[in-house]
Design a protein around this ligand. Structure first.
Ligand code: URA
Length: 239
């Protein structure tokens, strides 16, 4: 296993400079596996437990969170007017550079993945990777076989050519499930509008092979396990 300098590892967390980190170490605020270490150049292993001022240091490279987005919240890191999905992340899970991997409209609810892993986000959002996103939709009029056919053919909405999508009717004639492999601006609302229907409710219920955790209430979020992160990617194709 590769050894690294203690001060470099701590500064690499992104919240403090190397100079600040050296100061903590000099003051005896840093522990490695429960022992105070006062040498900035001490060599540590990736498996060593670090604490600063009594607080454990999270050494994982990236964080992956599932949020059940409530209505009225915007899919952004910061916004001057509205609450953002990143602001809903509880204090203990906050990190620098968190962002939503893919946007849901302000009036769409459900599964938003929040991460600081740009490469992963690109991987699951690129239409060329074919990672499915599934939505529950409610309309102002009954869903028709004509809509199912038009979705499956690949519709053109304005300037945008949509890839073939699946529309699956639910027991309630006003409801259906939509499965997309891309995410254009207001895509589902625009696809239904092109069929003469208005979307009255929209919720994302799955990303890739991972369904929205039904125990998460609107506004709640939790960390994903490494297995769940893999589940999101399951089924994607090489670019
Ligand atoms: N399609 C939409 O129209 N809105 C969303 O939020 C997601 C997909």
């Amino acid at each position: 296993m590769e050894q690294q300098r203690l001060d470099k590892v701590l500064a690499g967390q992104g919240t403090s400079s190397r100079r600040e980190v050296k100061e903590w170490i000099r003051k005896g605020l840093v522990k490695v596996n429960g022992q105070v270490v006062r040498a900035a150049d001490a060599k540590i292993l990736p498996t060593d437990r670090l604490e600063v001022n009594g607080r454990p240091v999270d050494r994982r490279e990236h964080l992956y969170l599932m949020l059940n987005k409530p209505l009225g919240v915007v899919s952004a890191s910061r916004d001057d007017r509205d609450t953002t999905v990143v602001e809903l992340v509880p204090e203990e899970l906050r990190r620098k550079n968190l962002f939503p991997a893919g946007r849901l409209d302000k009036d769409t609810s459900g599964f938003v993945l929040i991460t600081d892993d740009g490469a992963f986000a690109h991987d699951i959002l690129s239409p060329r990777r074919h990672v499915e996103k599934e939505y529950l939709v409610r309309l102002d009029r009954p869903l028709t076989q004509e809509m199912v056919r038009r979705f499956a053919e690949g519709m053109t909405i304005g300037e945008d050519k949509c890839r073939p999508a699946r529309l699956l009717p639910e027991a309630d004639p006003l409801e259906g499930r939509v499965i997309l492999q891309e995410g254009m601006y207001h895509q589902i609302r625009r696809m239904f509008a092109a069929c003469g229907a208005t979307v009255t409710a929209l919720k994302r219920i799955r990303m890739g092979g991972l369904p929205l955790d039904p125990t998460l209430r609107p506004g709640e979020c939790r960390e994903l396990t490494p297995g769940e992160v893999e589940q999101i990617k399951a089924g994607r194709r090489p670019e």
